[in-house]
Design a protein around this ligand. Structure first.
Ligand SMILES: O=P(O)(O)OC[C@H]1O[C@H](OP(=O)(O)OP(=O)(O)O)[C@H](O)[C@@H]1O
Ligand SMILES: O=c1cc[nH]c(=O)[nH]1
Ligand SMILES: [Mg+2]
Length: 212
């Protein structure tokens, strides 16, 4: 598994504001949207293109366009939904599939409660969106799911990750070729409730939770 952590002062600035418990939901959503654009710029370097000839007003020239089959973007509900618009703004022609997964607060077991994906993903490049990689259980489960359908190359975009989850993920996908992970920041550890430290709390609640 290839891991890339963005190293950019603008990213660090946005992550810091995102962490701040005083940052309200509307600003939190805006920051997630901005961060995913920056992450997506790096994470889509591997996007497949094919040659295309175009006629400019001046002459004919060789360029490239995105290859077929189109890439598939998969936000992991609920928190991953906050990353979808930023991603599709960059790749408007991508197809979007959905996976709804939640980890049980105490057992940390992953429950897959929704799935809307093409049956056959043979040869497809897939971009998985989930802001938090904590124990890694959710991402491992989703990658296995996508692999079983034939996905060819899976790139995960996360905002924060704990080292424990990164290790579990790399062991969990060992032997699987073509799995990449892009992060805005790597955090210190997990706490006793498997929350990321220092983290940003519960991403789903901060994006979509009811205001106090
Ligand atoms: O690496 P893990 O230990 O599996 O934890 C990470 C998962 O936890 C969060 O989702 P959550 O289960 O809270 O669901 P939500 O998005 O509906 O809040 C987060 O968005 C990840 O999907
Ligand atoms: O810190 C964490 C861990 C899992 N899910 C979250 O939303 N935050
Ligand atoms: Mg949650």
């Amino acid at each position: 598994m290839r891991v890339k952590i963005l190293d950019h002062p603008l990213v660090s600035h946005k992550v810091t504001v995102l962490r701040d418990r005083e940052t309200p939901s509307p600003q939190f959503r805006q920051l997630v949207d901005e961060l995913v654009t920056l992450l997506a710029y790096e994470a889509t370097r591997n996007i497949r293109v094919e040659p295309k000839t175009v006629r400019t007003p001046v002459t004919e020239t060789e360029g490239v366009v995105m290859a077929r089959p189109r890439p598939l973007v998969v936000p992991i509900l609920r928190a991953g939904l906050g990353m979808l618009e930023g991603m599709t703004r960059l790749i408007p022609t991508a197809e979007v599939g959905f996976l709804g997964m939640a980890r049980h607060e105490e057992t940390l077991d992953i429950v897959t409660y929704a799935e809307r994906l093409p049956d056959d993903l043979t040869g497809r490049q897939v971009y998985v969106l989930d802001p938090m990689l904590a124990t890694g259980g959710t991402l491992i489960e989703s990658i296995k799911f996508l692999r079983e359908r034939g996905a060819d190359h899976i790139t995960c975009l996360c905002i924060l990750a704990a080292p424990e989850g990164m290790k579990a993920l790399s062991e969990g996908v060992e032997g699987m070729k073509n799995v990449d992970l892009f992060l805005a920041a790597q955090d210190e550890r997990l706490n006793e409730k498997a929350y990321i430290v220092p983290g940003l709390g519960d991403a789903g609640d901060r994006l979509y939770g009811l205001a106090d």
